[in-house]
Write a protein that binds this ligand. Structure first.
Ligand SMILES: Cc1ncc(C[n+]2csc(CCOP(=O)(O)OP(=O)(O)O)c2C)c(N)n1
Length: 685
């Protein structure tokens, strides 16, 4: 079925449903929308804070979308083929909470609405995907939801290419002026337009108001033209006219491109003195204004009360999805058992751990017989060559640094508008858009996204990485050129504070492997981390293979381990990560020449190490009188291992442009310097 025919079929099936648009009168629509408005006003008033303006202004859009078009079933919020709805303007959270309540999502009781913004409620200040059933992603930082939605739409197309009509849904996203002013939005819409994601529909709450006042204070972009220029179908409508909204959505469903519907609305619609002004954006309206709004909207119900006729209309709209889901389930059950099992595995995020372990073991065994001096980015490509064929859920990519990041192993086809079944995405020079889309793919389910750029550009991805960590999403960022070791490109490209800054993000695992073997082990750990994102910080420059012989176990799993023991009682413990581990091992030799025994501990992952039980940590840290940390980056964070009286050899400022070896010498990150620092601490220099 082509897109147009399929949209017609959906429309026809909807026409026979309980919420047939022809049976909802304008008066009924208004009451349904006013129920959202009233709940939003009341909840914000009760919490004494929040954002009533957006829910009141966008209530008509939400009513039309949820009651006539959106495919979902309140009884099964996680149904894999549901349409995704993303409230990118997360400050308007009461819009989604009110709608979920009205539609009959069981857990979204009126009590939860009353507890808006309170500890432990299902109604936090901004929507949280891990708190509230029916909320697809955590939003609040403007622009992120739109970026996530692009990823969800990519995931849908990609999985449809593999699983056919088992995956056939749309992604809707409601954005505000703020979402569209954020730079991220440009990356997101350009990528979506380029990939012709025709099942992505953006509803723009075009109210012309932001916190500071009228949008015209800061912006004069014609959004319709902007989206059109990015390859979208775009239109402008009256966002308070339900038939105009319905017609625009219906049209967008048949488009061969992603669609923007700019819905001209009045923020705080119904509030007598504050509507249309910034005064209703982000503060409780106050009793008098609420009373006035109730009068103006013709809503005479007490606070938090929804009359039976309105509740019934919403509930019957909520009920229409059950039949659609049943049809899907029948279709799904008719699939061959192995396809069904594979789809279920993929959607549940259950990793084929044995295949993963076997692939990693294969790489390690080969390295044991043929040790390799390699950049860890090149080692990562070898690992990916082994992983990509056995883990079909891996979808890779790079922000225009594919050759540098080594993220596209041989034979990995490109995901494009002409081939959604491809598994490698050329994200373009759009690091932020890439990271936000990856979050959307992971949230959608069925995909483990990985990507690449330079470690220094994690700064360009950071807001999305932080949200992946907050949401507990498995995404893997391959971040290469991880220190001054990248050489001649100079200080703009040389990360110094980035490892510390990334290690500061809770629930993010930062891996910095020291050689090819550790690279394989860290990849395994990153993929096994089902509840959070990972960074693989990899070198541009070659590093020697330090792990010789084959270890059956994954030594990196403890986060830090003794890679070279001391001879006798250690006078010095040398701790290092990544490319500096070989420097520490060299330093150990210098110390031996001076008659001092030292051990070397490789620290591929702070987070795993710090999560280990205290006695395990103490055993690794050891009791040598001198502890030295070596990392071509700033010290921050290292005191957790070496103590505040430990010695640190690393960077204390920006790098410089020169060949890598010269830079290491210039900044004093050499085996001699490490040995010297240890000797000095022992009073032996
Ligand atoms: C990245 C980011 N910057 C700033 C904010 C704070 N903030 C919340 S809403 C908003 C703008 C409000 O204007 P608009 O997006 O048009 O929403 P509306 O007033 O229509 O509700 C801002 C700056 C944010 N949530 N995210």
């Amino acid at each position: 079925m082509n897109a147009k025919a399929s949209a017609t079929a959906v429309a026809q099936s909807r026409r026979s449903s309980d919420a047939d648009p022809t049976v909802i009168s304008r008066a009924q629509h208004d009451r349904m929308a006013n129920a959202i408005r009233a709940l939003a006003m009341d909840a914000v008033e009760q919490a004494k804070c929040g954002h009533p303006g957006l829910p009141m202004g966008a209530a008509d859009i939400a009513t039309v979308l949820f009651t006539r078009y959106l495919k979902f079933d309140p009884a099964a919020p996680d149904w894999p083929d549901r349409d995704r709805f993303v409230l990118s303007a997360g400050h308007g959270s009461m819009l989604i909470y009110a709608v979920l309540h009205l539609l009959g999502y069981e857990q979204m009781t009126i009590e939860e609405i009353r507890r808006f913004r309170q500890l432990g409620s299902l109604t936090p200040g901004h929507p949280e995907s891990f708190v509230t059933p029916g909320v697809e992603t955590t939003t609040g930082p403007l622009g992120q939801g739109l970026g996530n939605a692009v990823g969800m739409a990519i995931a849908e197309r990609h999985l449809a290419a593999e699983f056919g009509d088992t995956v056939d849904h749309r992604t809707y996203v409601l954005v505000s002026d703020g979402d569209l002013m954020e730079g991220l939005s440009q990356e997101a819409i350009a990528l979506a337009g380029h990939l012709r994601l025709h099942k992505l529909i953006v509803l723009f709450d075009d109210n012309g108001i932001t916190i500071d006042g009228p949008l015209s204070l800061a912006d004069s972009v014609d959004q319709v033209k902007r989206f059109e220029a990015a390859g979208w179908a775009a239109t402008r409508i009256d966002g308070h006219d339900p038939e105009a909204i319905a017609a625009a959505i219906g049209k967008a469903m048949t488009a061969n491109r992603p669609s923007l519907i700019a819905c001209r609305t009045t923020i705080g619609f119904g509030a007598p003195s504050k509507a249309g002004t910034e005064k209703c954006h982000g503060a409780a309206l106050g009793a008098e204004e609420i009373a006035g709004a109730r009068a103006q909207l013709g809503w005479s119900e007490p606070a938090f009360s929804v009359p039976a006729d309105v509740r019934d209309l919403w509930r019957s709209a909520g009920a229409r999805g059950a039949a659609v889901r049943r049809t899907w389930s029948d279709r799904f059950r008719a699939l061959a058992p192995d396809r069904r099992a594979e789809f279920e595995r993929r959607i549940s995020g259950k990793l084929a751990v044995d295949e993963l372990a076997a692939a990693v073991r294969g790489v390690k065994e080969k390295l044991a017989t043929q040790p390799k001096e390699l950049a860890t980015r090149a080692a990562s490509e070898i690992v990916l060559e082994a992983l990509v064929p056995v883990l079909p859920e891996l979808v890779g990519g790079s922000a225009d640094l594919t050759g540098s990041n080594n993220t596209r192993p041989k034979g990995m086809t490109v995901l494009s508008a002409a081939n959604y079944g491809g598994r490698f995405i050329h994200y373009g020079v759009r690091e932020h858009g890439m990271a936000a889309a990856m979050n959307g793919m992971a949230l959608h389910g069925g995909i483990i996204p990985y990507s690449g750029t330079f470690l220094v550009f994690t700064d360009y991805c950071r807001p999305a990485i932080r949200l992946a960590a907050l949401m507990g999403q498995r995404v893997v960022h391959v971040m290469t050129h991880d220190s001054i070791g990248l050489g001649e490109d100079g200080p703009t490209h040389q990360p110094v504070e980035h490892l510390a800054a990334l290690r500061a993000i809770p629930n993010l695992a930062v891996f910095r492997p020291c050689d090819a073997v550790e690279t394989a082990e860290c990849w395994q750990l990153a993929l096994e981390r089902a509840d959070g994102p990972s960074i693989l910080a990899l070198t541009r420059q070659n590093v020697p293979q330090l792990r010789l012989g084959h270890d059956e176990s994954n030594r990196c799993a403890s986060g830090a381990y003794e890679i070279v023991p001391a001879e006798g009682v250690a006078a010095v413990s040398l701790f290092a990560s990544g490319s500096e581990v070989s420097i520490a091992i060299e330093a150990r030799k210098f110390l031996r020449e001076r008659g001092l025994s030292a051990r070397v501990v490789s620290v591929p992952c702070f987070e795993l190490f710090l999560a280990a039980p205290a006695d395990a940590r103490r055993a690794i840290i050891g009791d040598a009188p001198v502890k030295v940390g070596v990392e071509a980056a700033v010290r921050q964070g290292w005191d957790q291992i070496i103590g505040s009286d430990g010695v640190f050899v690393g960077m204390s400022g920006f790098g410089a442009s020169a060949p890598a070896k010269d830079l290491y010498r210039h900044f004093g990150i050499t085996a001699e310097a490490v040995a010297q620092a240890a000797l000095q601490a022992l009073g032996r220099s």
